[in-house]
Write a protein that binds this ligand. Structure first.
Ligand code: ADP
Length: 445
């Protein structure tokens, strides 16, 4: 599969995963909304039922009380005598003696007629000596009320009045607690299934990301090995050629030639050494913690020195580095070796990745408690899609099979590592074909 097809597969996979996720979340939200609405309806129904239940209980108990008073020829008010202590617990006051069996038969009759088909516990209290003179549970079998001696119900505790008698009626099974259906209790299996699907999808997405990250890493490593092989092959073959020339020719008459070949071998060997050193250094930085040797260091002096060196050795007449060093404090507490490498790396890149006469501007300024160092070039620039990866280890902007600019993709990785180790940050802005600006912020400590 070529890169384009892989990218298309990734994008399509990502889009379908995202749409399934969105659809799932949308359907969960819809289900929850419907459930919430159902709960609200249920609660409203419950409260209506409760009002109805209370009304019927009041009517029944008043009727029973009226019968008691009629039998006892008591004409006092029945209205205030019935009190609701709790949703399902009533108290009825009366003045005279009461026959428990008579009361039971009136209560069952009234409750039956009014469709109050709930088992109930009734108790008769004598408040003069604070005793319960009678207590019984009457169950409802589905067709009739019957004394149920097997069921023991504890009625809620009430305050005893000081005088009079009363009886209480407690319906333990009717509206014992307000039935508030909690949302999580009402989740349907479908909701759980949707949540599981979402979790599976997220896990799948995560696995895909890991796989693609690994794939990219292995690509970057392959690129690095190819690049490294190429970089090493050139000096090795030059050294080989020069050595062969020395072996073949007699240099008695021409010692200058010998000197020339020897110097080529020497230079190429140095180059090789330098390349290997760079790779090994970064590998070492990865393994060991960087041990910064901080000391007051004049950053302006460093920049001036780097400018002179680059102009003398690399640019010669062909290019310019202009400076605008405005930072009010130029002496900062940093590791001179590492920070010099950072500055040299950035300027080196600015020259390397430039296809016209390099025109580089380096500036410094003080910003709050930081020193801002910017290296701006008029080079080839970096496309937006490559920009976010340039600080990754071994990453080089793909240029097909062209190896016209040498490097291992380690320079900016090293630069970022060092800057962050100093407590600073680095950012980059680039316009493809126009140039790039690297901004380094170092704490002014
Ligand atoms: P390299 O050894 O390849 O130069 P770096 O880590 O220094 O490695 O840079 C990573 C990549 O970022 C380079 O391969 C190059 O494509 C891009 N790059 C770095 N600096 C610049 C710049 N100033 N202008 C354009 N491209 C740059």
């Amino acid at each position: 599969m070529n890169r384009k097809t892989i990218n298309a597969v990734i994008i399509l996979g990502f889009l379908s995963l995202t749409s399934i996720l969105i659809i799932q979340m949308f359907s969960i939200r819809k289900t929850l909304e419907i459930q919430q609405r159902n709960i609200a309806i249920q609660q409203r129904e419950d409260s209506l039922n409760m009002v109805h239940f209370t009304d019927l209980s009041y009517i029944s108990l008043r009727n029973v009380l009226q019968r008691i008073r009629k039998v006892n020829k008591d004409s006092s008010d029945v209205f205030q005598a019935v009190k609701q202590l709790e949703t399902n617990y009533f108290k009825v006051e009366f003045n005279t003696e009461l026959n428990a069996f008579q009361l039971q038969s009136w209560l069952t009759r009234e409750f039956y007629d009014r469709n109050l088909h709930h088992g109930f516990q009734f108790g008769i209290y004598d408040c003069f000596d604070r005793t319960i003179t009678f207590s019984e549970f009457i169950g409802y079998s589905g067709t009739e009320f019957k004394t149920d001696t097997t069921r023991k119900v504890t009625t809620p505790v009430i305050d005893w009045d000081n005088d009079g008698h009363y009886f209480t009626v407690y319906f333990p099974d009717a509206y014992e607690q307000t039935k508030t259906l909690k949302l999580e209790e009402s989740y349907s299996p479908y909701t759980y299934l949707s949540i599981i699907v979402i979790l599976v999808l997220l896990f799948f997405g995560y696995t895909m990301t890991v796989i693609f990250r690994q794939k990219r890493l292995s690509e970057v490593k392959t690129d690095f090995i190819n690049n490294m092989t190429h970089e090493l092959k050139t000096p090795i073959s030059t050294i080989g050629l020069s050595a062969e020339m020395i072996m073949r020719s007699g240099f008695d008459k021409n010692p200058d030639k010998l000197q020339q070949y020897a110097s080529i071998i020497y230079k190429e060997n140095k180059r090789l050494e330098h390349q290997v050193e760079r790779v090994l250094n970064v590998a070492k930085l990865d393994k060991e913690k960087i041990n910064l040797k901080r000391e007051p260091f004049d950053i302006h002096e460093l920049i001036q020195e780097a400018k002179d060196n680059f102009e003398f050795n690399q640019l010669k007449q062909d290019g310019e580095i202009s400076l605008s060093l405005n930072a009010s404090i130029n002496e900062i507490n940093v590791d001179p070796v590492h920070i010099s490498n950072v500055v040299y790396n950035l300027i080196d890149n600015a020259i390397k990745y430039c296809s016209k006469t390099p025109n580089i501007s380096i500036s410094t300024q003080t910003e709050k408690k930081e020193i801002l160092l910017e290296v701006e070039d008029n080079g080839i620039g970096i496309k937006r899609e490559n920009l976010r990866m340039i600080f990754d280890k071994f990453y080089r902007v793909p240029t097909g099979n062209l190896h016209d600019v040498k490097g291992f993709g380690l320079g900016l990785y090293y630069v970022k590592l060092i800057i962050e180790e100093h407590g600073g940050s680095i950012s980059v802005k680039s316009t493809f074909g126009k140039g790039t600006t690297f901004s380094v912020r170092l704490p002014n400590t």
